[in-house]
Ligand binder design. Structure first.
Ligand SMILES: C[S@@+](CC[C@H](N)C(=O)[O-])C[C@H]1O[C@@H](n2cnc3c(N)ncnc32)[C@H](O)[C@@H]1O
Length: 283
């Protein structure tokens, strides 16, 4: 467990994940009935972009800082609103270097009856997570393995909600684990929304993940990817994806507006690309 998200907070991959997360929560919030979020690999909850970790990599400069430069087209900004408002709230509360991670964003979006379970195994990071969530009785931080948190919390009693799975991809078999655990959870709760984050370093690994999920008969999927055309010499991550199981019905249309604009704004080379692929939308 060497991964520290503080090195990567606010980078282009976080932007895709967090913007889509906030879109999903906006859709879940349309109905009055409460929802539950299970964030299996929650991280610290909030990051300081002025910290030593963040300043060592400066990944946020090609991420959140690009979005701070100027507004995008009005239709894009309309969809970015929930994420922008949450970032502004984090900055107002914790200073201009604050960047909200997934649990903080969830907490910001949730209503009085909605609930969050956030699992984080790394002891120091867990400590930060509990501090970031404060004494909010709607949120529960667990210092347990994220896969156990997933197994133990589906289906949630609300029968509505989101499972966010954002593992560190330190282990070689993490793609296979992600597929197997998602398939097992989906058997127990087929109607839940699942958002699976993955790095695109090896296109085959991403294709195998999708193949395994499809072969398991999981019907409605939305595959979202952005590739910022990072020069190979620069190393590091150049493309990232989110696979959404049971996406809210307007999410694909929204992604078709968001992803071209985000990939262009976050580009590190002349040929950024994006992918927005609904799979068996009526499955
Ligand atoms: C990519 S980061 C999470 C970022 C966070 N979801 C966000 O968007 O702000 C992955 C986190 O998983 C934690 N982690 C690693 N192995 C874990 C496990 N088996 N169970 C739960 N958390 C784990 C790491 O310590 C790290 O904080």
């Amino acid at each position: 467990m060497n991964y520290r998200h503080g090195f990567h907070a606010g980078n282009f991959a976080d932007i895709l994940k967090h913007v889509v997360l906030m879109r999903i929560l906006a859709h879940l919030g349309v109905k009055d009935t409460p929802y539950r979020i299970v964030d299996t690999h929650a991280g610290a909850g909030r990051y300081d972009l002025g910290s030593e970790e963040a300043l060592r990599t400066h990944e946020w400069r090609d991420g959140v800082a690009r979005l701070d430069q100027s507004p995008l087209a009005p239709a894009v900004e309309e969809l970015l609103k929930p994420w922008r408002e949450a970032v502004a709230a984090a900055r107002e509360r914790h200073g201009s270097d604050a960047y909200p991670g997934s649990p903080w964003l969830c907490r910001h979006a949730m209503r009085a009856e909605d609930r969050l379970i956030a699992a984080e195994l790394h002891p120091q990071t867990y400590k930060k997570l509990t501090a970031a969530l404060g004494r909010d009785s709607r949120c529960k931080a667990l210092a347990i393995d994220g896969w156990n948190a997933l197994r133990g919390n589906v289906p949630p009693k609300e029968r509505r909600g989101l499972i966010l799975i954002d593992p560190p991809f330190e282990e070689k078999d993490e793609f296979a684990t992600l597929a197997a655990e998602t398939i097992a959870a989906h058997r127990k709760w087929p109607t839940g929304i699942y958002a699976l984050w993955y790095p695109v370093k090896d296109r085959r690994a991403a294709a195998d993940l999708l193949g395994a999920i499809e072969d398991a008969g999981i019907g409605r999927l939305l595959r979202l990817e952005i590739d910022v055309d990072r020069p190979e010499a620069a190393g590091g991550l150049g493309a990232t994806g989110l696979l959404v199981v049971n996406p809210p019905w307007r999410l694909a249309d929204e992604a078709r507006i968001l992803l071209p604009a985000l990939s262009e704004r976050l580009a590190q080379g002349p040929r950024p690309r994006y992918l927005c692929e609904p799979i068996r939308p009526d499955g």
